[in-house]
Design a protein around this ligand. Structure first.
Ligand code: SF4
Length: 490
């Protein structure tokens, strides 16, 4: 069973460890740089990219404004097509629904197509607690599962592994989960893919129940859509007798026509492909074709709270392309595990604290896991202003926190000084007179030294500003120069 993110340290402590891992950094740098360059070229091919991006943003915003309407429309359409809709308020409810459905079929195993929503709710662990084994079938997810690891990227969950590591994982663990890796397996990508294909084929042919996510849910027809590169997802969606799809409520879009926009935005932003190799759509059940039983679990788990926040709700536009991860300098150095959530990188830094709240140590640290450089906003295909949401969430974290005691003492001293103009002037003059004696850096001891030794103190001017201003203005005080009529301000 794969590990969980529970109990992981807050971002600064986790990142302090991961940034020292030179192999991890090399794997990440190689992978993210290659995909970001390819994405830029794929996007540059389209002259109307900016208009497509705007269209994606507006479709999502309009849908979110009327989310209740579109969800009810989707429920009616899915039911009319022979599916069953379940509403899950949180992770525990969603896990219980899925476990009960699997047990009702008398099964102890399910195959899974990669799904962020099921990672979010810890479905594999919840099923394991009920004696049900979930087999991941996406190649990268399979590597993560066999390695008893955690996903570290939205699109490429095993991005932190290189080929040799994958070979070792396959030879060491495949046998425990099913068909073993072939003797003398090399680290050639084609050999690794063939080993995975042969291992998974056995699972697909035996599974009676599959669990999937979905990239989109079309309200007008009740159709679900999965886009992927490998075709493993399609095997999961078509071969088993029962299909259970766990889908976040923000995945709904109004019409089939809207898909036209997202099927252009998503592949170019995520894999730099003009069109993804496999697009699977399914609507309820059809006699003699595909699963005979279909269940849709609509997951809230913090999404309606996120929707209530006028600035933060833009995170719900996310189509999980992962472009923001691939350009983020913080993600590139710290890696995905440091975020303590299945949603890493810039989108994780704004989505996780909204879905889980900012009370916990890990979640409160995430809005600070960014340099606010804005690269994530530039590449986002649905124009989520991630830096704006980060700053907004930092405000929320600051409001609830008492702050560090040193910070509190410094702010108290500063407010005393600023409340007393005469004292402030005397302090400014004293600082100017003694400026040559000031150290270049603060001599903090202990752990604070790491902060102080990397920061130069600002130079103090030879003359305080107020003295300079008084001299320049011929004795007039600064306040005298302040315009006080509307005419003066023109
Ligand atoms: S925030 Fe934007 S760039 Fe990042 S994964 Fe979501 S859609 Fe893609």
């Amino acid at each position: 069973m794969s590990r969980t993110y529970l109990g992981m340290p807050a971002f600064p402590r986790a990142a302090a460890v991961t940034t020292q891992d030179t192999r991890l950094r090399a794997n990440l740098t190689r992978a993210t740089h290659s995909i970001r360059d390819k994405r830029a070229a794929a996007v540059a091919e389209l002259e109307d990219w900016a208009r497509l991006r705007d269209a994606g943003k507006h479709i999502k915003d309009r849908t979110l404004r009327h989310l209740d309407h579109y969800l009810l429309q989707a429920e009616r359409a899915v039911t009319a097509a022979g599916g069953v809709v379940h509403w899950a308020a949180d992770a525990a409810e969603a896990n219980r629904i899925v476990a009960d459905l699997v047990k009702a079929k008398g099964e102890r195993e399910v195959v899974k197509v990669k799904s962020m929503a099921t990672q979010e709710i810890g479905l594999n662990q919840a099923l394991a607690a009920e004696g049900i084994t979930a087999y991941e079938t996406d190649l990268a997810e399979l590597i993560v599962q066999l390695g008893d690891d955690l996903p570290s990227h939205i699109l490429v969950p095993a991005i932190h592994r290189n080929r040799e590591e994958i070979r070792q994982i396959f030879t060491g663990s495949m046998g425990r989960w099913g068909k073993p890796a072939p003797e003398g397996l090399s680290d050639d990508p084609a050999d690794l893919a063939e080993a995975a294909r042969s291992h998974l084929r056995e699972k697909f042919l035996n599974a009676k129940v599959a669990v999937s996510g979905a990239n989109f849910l079309i309200a007008e027809t009740g159709t679900l859509v999965v886009v992927e590169s490998e075709g493993n997802g399609r095997m999961c969606l078509t071969l088993p007798e029962t299909l259970i799809s766990v889908v976040g409520i923000e995945k709904v879009i109004p019409t089939v026509r809207d898909l036209e926009v997202f099927l252009q935005l998503l592949p170019r932003s995520s894999t730099a492909e003009r069109m993804n190799p496999y697009t699977s759509t399914w609507t309820g059940t059809t006699d003699g074709d595909g699963p005979s039983e279909f269940h849709l679990v609509l997951l809230d788990n913090g999404r309606t709270d996120t929707l209530a926040d006028e600035i933060g709700r833009q995170a719900l536009r996310c189509i999980r392309c992962s472009a923001c991860l691939n350009v983020c300098p913080v993600y590139e150095r710290a890696g995905g595990h440091a975020y303590g959530s299945p949603y890493p990188g810039p989108i994780g830094a704004i989505l996780t604290p909204q879905l889980r709240g900012v009370r916990g140590e890990v979640d409160a640290s995430l809005p600070y896991a960014s340099s606010l450089c804005g690269a994530c906003y530039e590449v986002c295909p649905v124009a989520i202003d991630i830096p704006e949401v980060l700053v907004h969430l930092r405000e929320r974290v600051a409001e609830q926190s008492k702050g560090h005691r040193v910070e509190r003492a410094v702010v108290r001293a500063a407010s005393r000084l600023l409340d007393r103009p005469a004292l402030y002037t005397a302090a400014a003059r004293a600082a100017a007179r003694t400026r040559r004696l000031h150290p270049r850096r603060l001599p903090f001891p202990g752990p604070a030294r790491a902060w102080s030794r990397a920061r130069d103190l600002p130079e103090v001017a030879p003359r305080p500003f107020r003295d300079w201003w008084t001299g320049e203005r011929g004795g007039h005080r600064a306040e005298d120069a302040t315009p006080d009529t509307p005419e003066d301000t023109r």
